[in-house]
Design a protein around this ligand. Structure first.
Ligand code: PEP
Ligand code: MN
Length: 358
């Protein structure tokens, strides 16, 4: 992203990449202060903490509420970090403004609801505060852009966006699938809106954070929001994905950060974007092969039940010819399609035999 576009980032002296860190939820005053003080030894310049927590199922910890807002004010006073909270309705906005919160963000479950977004936009009309919009939980670019347009129409100038991935019914290795292409399309459609990546909610675990963060920087994201807790395993929400401030520091230090005005930047950008497309396609390909093998297992079970042989030469010949022909129509060579389908078929037979022998 071009420097001119990051006006609020620049004016506020927020470094590239912007690092927002802090716990998923504010739990106690001691926890909040402890994490914030540790973060002063890292590159984080913004402290995040959820005080109203939207939980998928009822009965879990739903946040401390407004009582935690003075703790955040204390963070700002003692550490100089800017403070950020999630707001989901008019009342949250009022309370956040009363407590002089610097950055208000709209969560993924709220972005999906134009009524709620409009209520927040109206409550924030003409504000100088920074307002960030997370992508909606469903992969809908228009809904994400629409939420930002509602803020723009309310004359809110300091707007940012957060890419936190998208919900899928069938769980993948990610908690929320990154669908990088949507983030890339967002950048083209809204080039003036700084875009932050949230690897924590994309991964849902600690192990994936580095790679997702590096991918985001390779794609010229403007910053990262990473959930950080002094004792992650004991966190009251999202325990699996939070890291300690020490680990956060390591991640940020190890990331390779490209200079915005690097020569040949455009060539690098387009290469990085094409690589993302390939990665995304490979993820889909692997998921589909996984699904196919599961069905092969079921077929194996059915054959066992009916005492039918694993290999039916006619059926196989029919599949083979049909797939080779379909591949040919898409420019895939006969030789390649034959090799590919023989490999898939062999694996399928192996799996079925294993099921039958069991
Ligand atoms: C959060 O940032 O703690 C949060 C609730 O995220 P999301 O809206 O992305 O689920
Ligand atoms: Mn969280």
């Amino acid at each position: 992203m071009n420097n001119e576009n990051n006006k609020w980032l620049q004016e506020m002296g927020l470094n590239h990449p912007l690092v927002i860190a802090g716990p998923c939820s504010a739990e106690t005053e001691e926890q909040v202060m402890n994490i914030a003080h540790q973060l002063t030894k890292t590159k984080a310049t913004v402290f995040r903490a959820g005080v109203w927590k939207p939980r998928t199922r009822p009965g879990n910890f739903e946040g401390i509420g407004a009582l935690a807002l003075p703790w955040l004010q204390r963070v700002k006073k003692e550490t100089g970090l800017l403070i950020a909270v999630e707001v989901a309705n008019l009342n949250h906005v009022k309370l956040a403004l009363e407590h002089d919160i610097d950055i208000l963000w709209i969560g993924a479950r709220t972005t999906v609801n134009p009524f709620a977004v409009q209520e927040i936009a109206d409550a924030l009309k003409d504000t100088q505060k920074i307002v960030m919009v997370k992508n909606p939980i469903n992969p809908d670019l228009e809904l994400w852009i629409g939420a930002i347009e509602r803020l723009q129409k309310a004359n809110i100038k300091n707007i940012g966006a957060i890419h936190r991935g998208f919900s899928t019914y069938q769980k993948t290795t990610y908690r929320n699938n990154p669908n990088w292409q949507i983030a890339i399309d967002f950048m083209s459609r809204m080039p003036n809106i700084p875009l932050i990546n949230d690897p924590s909610h994309i991964c849902g675990n600690r192990e994936g954070l580095f790679d997702v963060s590096q991918m985001a920087l390779d794609l010229n994201f403007d910053g990262l929001m990473i959930e950080t807790h002094s004792d992650p395993d004991k966190a009251w929400s999202d325990a699996k994905q939070q890291v300690t401030p020490t680990r956060l520091h390591e991640i940020i230090t190890d990331l390779i950060i490209k200079k915005p005005n690097f020569e040949k930047q455009e060539a690098i950008d387009s290469l990085a974007k094409l690589r993302v497309e390939i990665n995304t396609i490979d993820d889909d390909l692997i998921a589909i092969l996984g699904k196919r093998i599961q069905i092969s297992k079921q077929i194996g079970l059915a054959k066992k039940e009916k005492n039918v042989a694993v290999l039916q030469p006619n059926r196989w010949q029919e599949i083979f010819e049909n797939r080779v022909k379909k591949g040919g129509n898409l420019g895939l060579s006969k030789q390649f399609m034959e090799k590919l389908y023989k490999a898939i078929h062999q694996e399928s037979i192996k799996v079925q035999e294993a099921v039958i022998k069991k």
